[in-house]
Ligand binder design. Structure first.
Ligand code: ASP
Length: 445
């Protein structure tokens, strides 16, 4: 009945943060599997260790003096170890890393040392066993995690050690070479270990008390999300909300293990709970997220050709260039493809030329500068009046809607507006549907 607890870089920025982590872990005996990121920023101007390690690697690659950057890394770890009076031979650890500096150092190995050393410090401080992720998180050569091998390894480790600290963000290939997950990947390490140990909960400790309904850089002081479903979270992160690493959900979702996002600096706050089926029905809108810079390619087809044929041929062109389509609103003789500009920018002319060259296509119109806004909420389903309210909010605020999309599951409504109206749209939705939602909601139930 253990809990997996993952601490992000800001929770490990200095010795003071280490002390907070220790208090949190020692206040609950079930917090027995600990995953750590590399040391993060101590303040806004500071640098993350992971970034400094990438920079060290780049210096080494181009033959520029790397030690000045690497010494900053070393000092951060030495400082924590000495502040906390740890009994750990960091000199030796850094000697091993530096011994690879003269040869062609493997970047993934170098960068993984941020997490490796943070876990060494934390294990020593807590009196837990350090487990190298290279001996626990196993990848196949295609880069996918080998779940069976990883789960076996964890079971074996837990037979001998009840309390462990594991570095996040990396694992190893079958030949033992270190492999990194993508940035922010320690979230995924925690999730895999939560599944592998059938944990009761996966606590993800960070520097905020859970997720906010929307981006605080756009809306002043938005509300906190108390509960959210795995599916809602995926929608929001896909649409640009800066939350957990996007692969965090899958492992825990299979066993329905809740994730609790909590604040190391304010541990008594409830934070946000992510589950498959949140019980709270008091909020209609769970979150609002969005991204700028999409474009639409509208295809006017030859009236005699069946639409299916034209769509198939146009999608074949996109498949050839491996370009993903976000939405495809359509009418009788035309349809539009909504595509992220960054995804298509380098191939736009080729793609449009190829579509134009199709004999069944009469015209192609490209429009740039579209922003998509997603209004996400599991409690919107089967409640009439919500989209009417949403569109009236746009009307009242003079915001022109260019695209509308809602799948029949009714988990989200996606609206496309001009880039220049993006922030205004999010503020208007927040004011009208989140702040005032309680009165409105009472009327429609
Ligand atoms: N330290 C890594 C990063 O900065 C991984 C993590 O923190 O999860 O991306």
């Amino acid at each position: 009945m253990q809990k997996v607890v993952k601490f992000g870089g800001s929770s490990l920025a200095d010795s003071n943060q280490f002390k907070k982590v220790k208090n949190i872990i020692e206040s609950d005996i079930k917090r027995s599997i600990v995953v750590v990121s590399a040391l993060g920023k101590r303040n806004k101007e500071d640098h993350k260790i992971t970034d400094l390690l990438y920079l060290t690697g780049a210096h080494l690659k181009y033959g520029v003096d790397a030690l000045s950057v690497f010494n900053i890394v070393k000092n951060r770890y030495f400082e924590v170890a000495s502040d906390l009076g740890l009994n750990i031979n960091l000199e030796e650890e850094f000697k091993i890393i530096e011994s690879f500096f003269s040869s062609k150092i493997d970047e993934e190995y170098l960068v993984s040392r941020g997490e490796f050393l943070a876990a060494k410090l934390m294990a020593n401080y807590l009196g837990f066993t350090f487990i190298d992720a290279a001996n626990l998180i196993f990848f196949d050569y295609d880069g996918k995690i080998n779940e069976a091998k990883t789960y076996d390894a964890l079971q074996n480790i837990l037979k001998e050690n009840k309390k462990i600290v594991v570095p996040g963000f990396y694992g190893s290939y079958p030949d033992g070479k270190i492999h990194l997950l993508s940035r922010g990947g320690s979230d995924v390490t925690g999730s895999i270990l939560a599944k592998a140990s059938s944990a009761t909960i996966y606590e993800n400790w960070t520097d905020v008390s859970g997720f906010l309904v929307t981006d605080p850089r756009i809306v002043n002081n938005p509300k906190q999300i108390k509960e959210i479903s795995y599916d809602e979270l995926r929608e929001l992160s896909y649409m640009g909300a800066n939350v957990l690493h996007e692969d965090t959900i899958f492992p825990v979702q299979e066993l329905d293990i809740p994730i609790n996002v909590k604040n190391t600096n304010s541990p008594l706050d409830a934070g946000t709970i992510i589950t498959s089926n949140p019980l709270d029905t008091t909020e209609i809108i769970t979150g609002i997220a969005g991204k700028k810079d999409y474009l639409s390619i509208t295809i006017i087809k030859n009236q005699k050709t069946p639409k299916l044929e034209v769509i198939r041929d146009v999608l074949d062109v996109l498949a050839k260039y491996n370009i993903n389509v976000e939405h495809m609103p359509s009418s009788i003789d035309s349809f539009s493809l909504i595509i992220s500009s960054s995804e298509i920018s380098k191939r736009l002319y080729e793609v449009v030329a190829e579509i134009k060259a199709l004999p069944i296509v009469t015209d192609v119109i490209v429009e740039q500068g579209i922003a998509l806004v997603a209004v996400v909420g599991r409690n919107m389903a089967l409640k009439p009046g919500i989209s009417a309210k949403l569109f009236s909010i746009f009307g009242k605020n003079g915001i022109n809607i260019k695209v509308i999309a809602q799948a029949s599951q009714e988990l989200s409504i996606i609206v496309g507006v001009e880039n220049s109206q993006f922030e205004k749209a999010i503020n208007a939705i927040y004011e009208g549907l989140v702040k005032e939602q309680n009165d409105f909601f009472k009327k429609i139930i």
